[in-house]
Design a protein around this ligand. Structure first.
Ligand code: NDP
Ligand code: MG
Ligand code: MG
Length: 329
């Protein structure tokens, strides 16, 4: 099982002589920059000129510079732009990395799949909060923490992990727990999870359930509620207290039917499909496909998104949600 670090494991002074350059001020960037700053760490924010977020960062009292200027000032350069911008941003950072500096990430894709090949004389680390940035910031402000992952890819100074753990502490992650992992494990499990379960698996399950009911003459509105809307209630129960908590809360008919029939729906064929998807992640086949999509204007991506958005469940859902939109207010 994994090593989990807590507040007392971190050396609170490990960043005292370091300047952290936070590149990007979006979801993760604003949270890391503000939490580090409020924790007393020297922070500069790096953005492109004319960036929409430049003023927002300055309004918070942060020192904002261009990407190369920030990278020059930083001993730890935290790449917090979207993954598709890692290469162009890294190209502006490379010349400003000195021996013993640290390249810091919140997701390992560009390193693990060799999109970025850092020089051999810098540390390469990852601190990846397991939640969107606005929660990382909100939890910090409430003296709460956000669980995070920590990984070291290159350790040239001998204390790369110490610094990364302190970084995790200063953004609030150690208050909850910092799980030690590797770039490989973080990337492969993240891609697999979103493909097989969270994004890919769930949406296909929803659509198949909806289609099966509608094709058999049931009303689309009923099918929407049964196969999509109620999913939130089920997920909330699982999130709060695990599978057991959900089984405990639904009717015993739902419990028996779910246990008995679920394994016939998601059967050994699905297990094999998952295994194959994992292998495409592990061999880099998926990464190569996604990188080449991006190089030629994302044709399959746009086509798949369009097909999904034109699915009947989307228009039915939009109409139905309009009937009770006070739920969101
Ligand atoms: P965002 O899309 O929120 O980042 C937007 C910021 O990046 C903006 O400040 C934007 O500036 C800047 N930016 C975009 N392109 C460039 C560029 N070419 N040059 C300079 N600045 C640029 O990213 P996220 O916070 O979602 O993701 C950052 C990293 O964190 C990624 O590696 C992601 O995988 C990881 N991560 C994200 C999580 C999340 O929940 N969002 C969770 C855990 C990890 P401008 O205003 O100029 O466009
Ligand atoms: Mg430097
Ligand atoms: Mg992901």
């Amino acid at each position: 099982s994994s090593t989990v670090y807590h507040e007392q494991d971190a050396d609170a002074a490990a960043l005292d002589d370091e300047t952290v350059a936070v590149l990007g001020y979006g979801s993760q960037g604003h949270a890391h920059a503000l939490n580090l700053y409020d924790s007393g760490v020297d922070v500069v924010v790096g953005l492109r000129e004319g960036s929409a977020s430049w003023e927002a960062a300055e309004d918070e009292g942060l020192d904002v510079r261009t990407v190369p200027e920030a990278a020059k000032a930083g001993d730890i350069v935290s790449i917090l732009v979207p993954d598709r911008a890692h290469i162009p941003v890294y190209n502006q950072v490379e010349d400003h990395l000195e021996a013993g500096d640290t390249l810091q990430f919140a997701h390992g894709f560009s390193i693990h799949y060799s999109q970025i090949e850092p020089p051999a004389d810098v540390n390469v680390t990852m601190v990846a909060p397991k939640s969107p940035g606005h929660l990382v910031r909100r939890n910090y402000n409430r003296d709460q923490g956000t669980p995070g992952l920590l990984a070291v890819y290159q350790n040239v100074t001998g204390d790369a992990e110490t610094k990364a753990l302190t970084y995790a502490q200063k953004i609030g992650c150690a208050r909850a727990g910092v799980i030690k992992t590797t770039f490989q494990e973080e990337v492969e499990s993240d891609l697999f999870g979103e493909q097989a379960v969270l994004c890919g698996g769930v949406t296909e399950l929803i659509k198949l359930g909806f289609e099966t009911l509608v094709e058999n003459g049931y009303s689309p509105e009923i099918a929407y509620f049964e196969c999509l809307n109620e999913l939130k209630l089920i997920v909330d129960l699982i999130y709060e207290g695990g599978l057991e908590n959900m089984w405990h809360s639904v009717s015993d008919t739902a419990e028996f039917g779910g246990l008995e029939e679920g394994r016939h729906i998601v059967d050994d064929q699905v297990r094999e499909n998952m295994q194959e998807a994992l292998e495409r992640v592990q061999t880099g086949e998926f990464a190569r496909k996604w990188i080449s999509e991006n190089q030629c204007g994302r044709p399959s991506y746009h086509q798949l998104r369009r097909a999904d958005s034109e699915h009947q469940i989307e228009s039915v859902g939009e109409d139905l949600r309009g009937l009770y939109d006070w739920n969101d207010q």
